[in-house]
Design a protein around this ligand. Structure first.
Ligand SMILES: NC(=O)c1ccc[n+]([C@@H]2O[C@H](COP(=O)([O-])OP(=O)(O)OC[C@H]3O[C@@H](n4cnc5c(N)ncnc54)[C@H](OP(=O)(O)O)[C@@H]3O)[C@@H](O)[C@H]2O)c1
Length: 368
């Protein structure tokens, strides 16, 4: 691969890709890999025993495609592939290092967005340099909505004073029971949720986004980042896919991560996660715009953009296919050709050329 190719964004066809985990994001990534004209599915790692040895097509609810899923890390490390799309429940740095050392690039929504202060960054960077491959963190939030789109929009302004990326989502459409109940702590008493590890866990990603924006627009932030956790409780039972939330338990949460200058917020990343808009104390709703993502630049001029289409039409539909999770997966899958062609190392949005999707198969032709 030449540096020129990385800069121009020129890519090839036939990149062999291993999908690592088949949860919500992993299944959408598999569909994305199978639909992408430049990619071939080379293997698939699964955590659950019930999926071990099954054909990937059947895991997706369709016909067999001739690729069997496996729980054997060793088999996959020995498989000839250019890249792994890494989407398990939690990142395992040792596993990522093993994948890198086996000579495969990694694209993941689980971290490495801009990990300049992450404890594992130096080790992963060294492994990438040694193996001649790259690691790229992407997704929607953190990921594209949090930094790539704000930075793109920010090119239209001068004298930028504040950059904000904010999510407004109904979490009843997130089909991940363990994550929603045991990690996000919905349905727990407020005193339990107040001790939530989410500010820290999610902050590991969102604060990388804050750092990327600060460096890209040239801001020297205060040493301490500001984090805020707010919540509302249910005033009546609230139905969810995992059973009702009891009155008095946590049913809405807002997490905010900020970079400040002299104590004034300059960069804000925020999520508003509600279990519906009814029976909440304090009362809380999405407002007339409904579920959405917002990006806002305060400067000269101030510019904002609101993204619809990344949420399901209703919560139940989202449990089947969730557009936000599809978008997370596609940000990963579409990055693969560019990451394979990139210079070795941890490669962020600031390093890669313009990453984009591919046309429907019925429309393809011309220069890609
Ligand atoms: N950056 C972003 O914008 C963004 C957006 C959405 C999600 N995410 C992150 O992406 C990851 C995947 O999300 P998801 O919705 O796909 O999650 P998920 O559906 O709950 O689970 C992912 C998969 O992880 C595997 N798994 C389960 N238990 C495991 C364990 N103990 N150790 C290792 N793997 C285990 C399972 O794979 P098998 O089914 O194959 O056995 C499971 O299906 C999460 O960490 C999530 O936070 C990031």
């Amino acid at each position: 691969m030449s540096a020129v190719m990385a800069e121009t964004g020129e890519t090839n066809v036939g990149y062999r890709v291993i999908q690592w985990a088949t949860g919500n994001v992993g299944k959408e990534a598999l569909r994305g890999i199978l639909a992408h004209p430049d990619l071939e599915l080379a293997g698939c790692w699964v955590h659950g025993d019930a999926k071990n040895g099954r054909d990937v097509g059947e895991i997706l609810g369709g016909e067999p495609i001739g690729v069997r899923a496996t729980s054997s890390v060793d088999d996959l490390l020995a498989t000839d592939a250019h890249c792994v799309v890494y989407t398990p429940l939690l990142a395992n740095v040792d596993e990522v290092l093993a994948i890198v050392r086996s000579g495969k690039n990694v694209v993941t929504p689980l971290g490495w967005f801009y990990p300049k202060s992450a404890p594992s960054a130096d080790e992963v960077e060294a492994a990438c340099q040694h193996a001649g491959v790259s690691v790229h963190g992407t997704g929607i939030h953190p990921g594209g909505i949090t930094e790539r789109l704000p930075l793109t929009i920010a090119s239209m302004s001068r004298d930028i004073r504040h950059v904000r990326a904010e999510e407004f989502s109904d979490i009843r459409s997130y089909a991940a029971e363990f994550v929603v109940k045991e990690i996000m702590l919905f349905g727990k008493p407020p005193e339990v949720a107040r001790e939530s590890a989410m500010l820290d866990l999610l902050g590991k990603g969102f604060l990388q986004s804050v750092d990327m924006i600060a460096d890209a627009i040239g801001v020297e932030l205060d040493a301490e980042r500001r984090t805020i956790h707010e919540m509302a409780v249910a005033t009546a039972p609230i139905d969810t896919a995992f059973g009702p939330l009891d009155p008095g338990t946590v049913a809405a949460q807002r997490f905010t991560w900020q970079g400040t200058v002299g104590g004034t917020p300059v960069i804000t990343a925020r999520v508003n996660w509600l279990m519906g808009q009814n029976n909440l104390d304090p009362a809380w709703n999405f407002g007339p715009e409904g579920e959405r993502f917002e990006v806002e630049i305060e400067g000269e001029p101030s510019v904002s953009a609101t993204f619809h289409g990344l949420h399901p039409s209703e919560a139940a539909a989202g449990l089947e296919r969730n557009p936000g999770l599809m978008a997370t997966a596609m940000n990963c899958v579409n990055a693969v050709p560019y990451v394979v062609e990139a210079r070795p190392g941890i490669r962020t949005y600031l390093d890669l050329p313009l990453v984009t999707g591919r046309a429907d198969s019925s429309l393809r032709g011309g220069i890609r």
